[in-house]
Design a protein around this ligand. Sequence first.
Ligand SMILES: NC(=O)c1ccc[n+]([C@@H]2O[C@H](COP(=O)([O-])OP(=O)(O)OC[C@H]3O[C@@H](n4cnc5c(N)ncnc54)[C@H](OP(=O)(O)O)[C@@H]3O)[C@@H](O)[C@H]2O)c1
Length: 332
Amino acid sequence: MKTVILTNYSPNVLRAILSLKVVEKEIPGPGENEVLVKLHAAAVNPSDIAFIQGGYNIVKTLPATPGFEGSGTVVDAAGNLKNLIGRKISCFVQYVEGGTWSEYFTVHKNDIILLDDKMDMDQAACFTVNPFTAYGLTDIALARQSRALVQNAGGGQVPAFIRMLAKENGMEVINIVRKPETAGKLLAEGHQYVLMEQDEAFEEKLKTLARDLDATTAFDAVGGAVSGVIFNALPADSELVVYGGLSGKPMSGINTMDVIFKDKIISGFNLLGWKDELDEGGFLSIAGELQQKFISGELKTTIRGTARFDDIVKGLKNYISNMSAGKILIKP
Ligand SMILES: NC(=O)c1ccc[n+]([C@@H]2O[C@H](COP(=O)([O-])OP(=O)(O)OC[C@H]3O[C@@H](n4cnc5c(N)ncnc54)[C@H](OP(=O)(O)O)[C@@H]3O)[C@@H](O)[C@H]2O)c1
């Protein structure tokens, strides 16, 4: 089979991308409680970029196949799972061994979602991570009974899903973006509250909007100095939930007095931790609900193109040059 391998971690993202190679390997056999999947498409997410830079939670011994998410068909399985052969699946593979940027890969039965035949397989390639992350985050805002929320990286796919789920639940969303074209796109789509991080009056505008809309939950995918700006702009009794570190910088500028006297808190969210806290029935029910929304077209990932394995360097360069334009799928 053909598989993509990373040969060198590098904080310099271009160097990391250039170290990707396509090689031939033996097709792996499924271990206990595992299925073997023939890849349809794999997503490229910010976590994959952080991984190849050596800056993610998972570090593999190199050379190793990257890719944490994908869709495909089960073509072989451990004894007790043979009934899954032929089923279409979407999966989240965060192991030290193996990855989805491969013609075939193995995955544990608990990390696959069985798909309805009506599910589009390109959409399925981006199904197991972002929609569930948005669902879990929106649930936090709902549990806090926030009337509005603040989010940065507003042009990304998780923030897009959050907007859709917030609307369904009657919550206003204040979006923060870093590029004028992304702001223009969101405004043209009819989103009322869009702020530019670089705007001179950004802090004041955010503070006023957060107060007027009573935005008591914020989702931070960026870190760095903007975390402090958002935290300080929130009203008393607010929570800043950090779920990404796109800036690669430590969070800074948090107003200490706000933590002490205004009951404001900072927390972290990660998908696997959230999933572990759900009972099995709870996860299956959310997966069923989200899958129906994809089939009906209510939820959709913006996919802007496909890169074949042999074009992976070009595909990843495209993705990082304009992440708000949508996902690039990797296909054999
Ligand atoms: N904790 C979890 O369990 C979990 C799960 C899923 C995703 N995530 C995180 O969620 C975030 C969004 O993921 P996604 O798939 O939605 O991303 P995406 O669709 O690939 O888009 C990324 C977005 O972030 C913006 N961005 C990138 N670097 C930035 C920076 N330094 N400052 C401000 N904005 C920046 C991009 O804007 P430009 O177009 O201007 O580049 C783009 O709008 C990522 O941090 C990801 O790691 C976390």
